[in-house]
Design a protein. Sequence first.
Length: 432
Amino acid sequence: MTERNFLFVSLDGLIGDIAWRVQNAGNNIKYAITEDEFSQDVADGIVPKADDWEADLGWADIVIFDDGFGLGTHAERLREEGIPVVGGTELTDRLEEARGFGHDTMADLGLNVIDSVIFDDIDDGIEYVRDHPNPYVIKPCGEAQNFNQLLYVGQAEDGADVIQMLQRYRDAWNQTVEEFQLQRCKEGIEISVCAFFDGQEFVTPINYTFEHKRLFPDDLGPMTGEMGTSMFWDGPNRLFHETIAPFEALLREEGYVGAFDINCIVNESGIFPLEVTPRFGYPQILIQEAAMETPIDEFLYGLATDTQPELDVHNGYQVGFRMCVPPFPADDVEWFEEHSRDLVVRFRGDGIPDGIHLEDIKHTDGEYRVAGETGEVLVVTGKGRTMRLAQEQAYSRAEEVILPNKFYRSDIGDRWFEDIEQLVSWGYLRET
């Protein structure tokens, strides 16, 4: 094993767990959190922190950017300077941030996109739904999409609930939601297709992910971004070829390096891509890492240096879920400060158990404590030859965590058994 210097750069403190695991593999780490003032203590005492990441470029053997939203511009610049980088470009950032641009790019590449309209005025959106009554999904664009509670999936056939939510956004979030997308609802199975791109081509195997975005079991409650995920790895199939594969030439031209994901709705009639995520997903990357038999440090360095890295993964299924504390998913810093900040996180036995991954947590005064301000504290993972065994391992590991007021979804993976039967019957999972 070669010891290397890894510089991790994050807007909001998302990739601390991966930095910690790269450090545990025998590498030197520096971790910079550049934007969110409330996340500055995330990973304190766990990995070394950097105040000025650009001053450390001469030290770094590789730089890893954990998000888009402007970081792609930095990644593109450093890549042109000959520095090995995992990260996007200005254009790939736009694919996610500017939903209209992402939608149009998918359409130009021949993907079967769902009808949608972009608005920069909420009243115009309300008027559109009144004139074209249908159930719609409301998707904020730009930085507003980080507020997960603003994503809304309409249920009423006449769009009345969508109109009500838009009126609420106009009254409470008008300064935040500068642009948003209304997308026609489509019935079917929601699945994400994700692969790592090494600057030249997609690395196999491909990761197929079933996200659980609502707060409560049985998909009830508000949107959270993601409460948990079930997944498996396989070769290229129809899902791959009709979602991310058409982007290969564009990503090669851009020199993109990193995870590339498209979320889609699948039914008997076809595959309907929804949105592009040209970056690591969270907690997706933590669950993916738990299944990697190739060491994560070697894999990331191979991606960034265009050495056609091999990716060996667990031959089976994975489950992962977030373990949170209140006020998550609400964005209430004052409540968090009074009730959840600095809560001690304890583990039965010595050290952090296998399958426990770190999100907003720090180590101080000999204790692991809740950090940041989101309430997303840990991710618990499990794997097995069957989805049922993966579930059993993950939920048994959750019992090893002692954390006041913790909560998590108890049904991650349950939906798999029905979804996989449908996907097989529709012929989407046959390798091509």
